[in-house]
Structure formats: structure tokens, C-alpha cells
Design a protein around this ligand. Structure first.
Ligand SMILES: C[S@@+](CC[C@H](N)C(=O)[O-])C[C@H]1O[C@@H](n2cnc3c(N)ncnc32)[C@H](O)[C@@H]1O
Length: 289
């Protein structure tokens, strides 16, 4: 398509754009349950980071202010992971349906639901692509998942929402210095993380006539972990792009070990910008006069 024929206000433009985001090994790996089962073990380490906790609290506050988490509301958290948001939403609304493909993630969520005695959480282990429902939900919540790279998915999120669609995703800045350096050293080129960003979901919703309310969060996400855990995490991240040889894994280990403090702990920081987008379906069909 030539530049002069492009119309970014036409959903077809963004549907075509999204097809490009779904190609490549990272996207395929991020849809597999095994990938997330591995990540589940240390996923909640981020809960210890003050910037991240602030983001989660602010997201929930905004949703509550907008009426998307009322006492009578039924919410679905699609790709809920370990339930970082779901367990907190469950204390504010009638019921939260939690769907995820990864049993590892959902086991963590079940532990939390038990610990906090939450009886209004329903857990569904399923691939979103194979999930069908006739139910409608007051709020559809989708956070930090590769599912946000597809136009079909966004349309389905909207179709099962009675009123709100809330999306949390990356917003332009995602810099993990250690990952960047290791990627360069091992893969011999610069790391480009282009797939997962607000550009597609925001513009697609906009082209469909919605006006997503956007709130940005700047943060320094710190994860302090023992050497071994940090090594495994770095290998997990790098292997999203392709399997590493033993010698390459050793290089990761040496780099991480060199960063350890005298307690054997390693701090890895990511400089990030994320955002919350909230669509209120009621706002699209406003009338004049
Ligand atoms: C980065 S985690 C985000 C978890 C949670 N939403 C959060 O914000 O903390 C991405 C999640 O997407 C889930 N996921 C990936 N592909 C999926 C699919 N096809 N169907 C359902 N869940 C999927 C993974 O299992 C994982 O839990």
C-alpha cells in the first residue's frame, strides 16, 4: 500500500498493521502455556517494587472512579496471570472471572484466592482463542498480554463487554539494560521489542470510533533476586528470541554473577512506561440536541 492511500482512521489500516505484530518467534512463544508456566515461578517478585505497586493501585482507583468496579459488577480478567489485579478487583466487585492459558500462573492465583478467602473468583484455564461464551461482562480487563496484538481479539473483547474495556500495556519505553547488553552480546544485534505496545490497541479502538481515556505510568521496575533466579530469568527472556547454546547460557551466568552483592542478590532494573486505556462503550454513541 502506498503512503497516500493509507487512512489511519480506517480500521482496515490497523488490522493490516496488526498482522505484522503477530509474526515472529516471540509472539509464538508468548502464546504457549509452557512459556508462562516457567515465568509464573517468579512472576510476583515484581509486587515488591514500589513503582509497580503504585501503578496497580492507581489502575484500580481509576477503574473504580469510572464505575468499572462497582459492587454489582461482573468483571472478566483475560490473561489474568497470577491475578495481580484480579484478587484486588474481587474485593471491590461482585465477581471476577479469571481466564488464562497457563496452569502455573493460575496455581499462584488459586493460592492467593485461598489466602485472602475470596469466594467470588471463578478460574478458567483456557486459550482465549478457543474460549467462547454467551455471557456479557460489565468490565473486560486485559493487561500486559500478547493477546493485545490482534484486531480479532480486540473486537471480541468489545463484544463481550456490556460497558467497559480496560487495557494495560506498554507505552513506548521498555529498557532493561542488562537484557539489552546480553542480547547484543549473544545475538550480535540490538534488541527491538516492537510487538507489544499501546500503538496498535489505542489506534485500533480510535479508528473504531472509541475514545480511550489514557493514563501513563513512568516507572523503574526493580527485581532483586538470588543469582540463580536472575540467571534463569535472563535466559527465559533471551530464549523468547531463540534457543541458547550451553556456552551462551554460561555467558549469561558470568554476567549476572558479576553483579551479585555480598548476599548473593542481584538487582535488575527496567525503565518502563506503561499505560491504562479505558473505553466506555456508552461514550461512542453520544447524541446531540
Ligand atoms: C505478562 S503476563 C500478564 C498477566 C497479568 N495480566 C498481569 O498484568 O500481571 C501474560 C499472560 O498472558 C497469558 N496468555 C498468553 N497467551 C494466552 C492465550 N492465548 N490465552 C489466555 N492467556 C494467554 C499468559 O499465560 C500470561 O499469564
Amino acid at each position: 500500500m502506498k503512503m497516500k492511500d493509507c487512512n489511519p482512521k480506517d480500521p482496515a489500516f490497523w488490522e493490516e498493521y496488526a498482522k505484522g505484530l503477530q509474526k515472529g518467534p516471540v509472539n509464538r512463544k508468548c502464546m504457549k502455556p509452557d512459556t508462562w508456566d516457567k515465568a509464573a515461578v517468579t512472576y510476583d517478585d515484581l509486587d515488591k517494587c514500589a513503582d509497580y505497586r503504585r501503578q496497580v493501585t492507581t489502575v484500580l482507583d481509576i477503574l473504580q472512579q469510572k464505575g468499572a468496579l462497582d459492587k454489582e459488577n461482573i468483571v472478566i480478567d483475560i490473561a489474568c496471570g497470577t491475578g495481580t489485579y484480579a484478587v484486588k478487583m474481587a474485593t471491590k466487585c461482585k465477581k471476577v472471572v479469571c481466564l488464562d492459558i497457563s496452569s502455573g500462573m493460575l496455581e499462584k492465583l488459586k493460592d492467593k484466592a485461598r489466602k485472602f478467602r475470596l469466594s467470588n473468583i471463578e478460574i478458567i484455564q483456557a486459550d482465549w482463542h478457543e474460549f467462547s461464551t454467551n455471557d456479557k461482562f460489565d468490565t473486560v480487563f486485559v493487561s500486559m498480554t500478547p493477546l493485545l496484538r490482534s484486531a480479532e481479539n480486540i473486537k471480541r473483547f468489545l463484544s463481550i463487554s456490556r460497558r467497559f474495556l480496560a487495557v494495560v500495556t506498554w507505552a513506548g519505553i521498555r529498557e532493561n539494560q542488562l537484557l539489552k547488553e546480553l542480547y547484543r552480546e549473544i545475538m550480535g544485534k540490538d534488541l527491538v521489542q516492537k510487538g507489544h505496545d499501546m500503538i496498535f490497541p489505542f489506534n485500533y479502538l480510535y479508528s473504531l470510533g472509541y475514545a480511550p481515556h489514557v493514563t501513563f505510568f513512568n516507572g523503574c521496575w526493580e527485581r532483586v533476586r538470588p543469582v540463580e533466579t536472575q540467571v534463569e530469568n535472563m535466559i527465559w527472556r533471551l530464549e523468547l528470541y531463540g534457543d541458547l547454546r550451553d556456552e551462551e547460557k554460561q555467558r549469561v551466568r558470568h554476567r549476572v554473577e558479576a553483579l551479585a552483592d555480598d548476599r548473593g542478590m542481584v538487582k535488575v532494573t527496567s525503565r518502563v512506561r506503561t499505560c491504562l486505556m479505558v473505553v466506555d462503550k456508552k461514550e461512542r454513541d453520544f447524541t446531540c440536541g
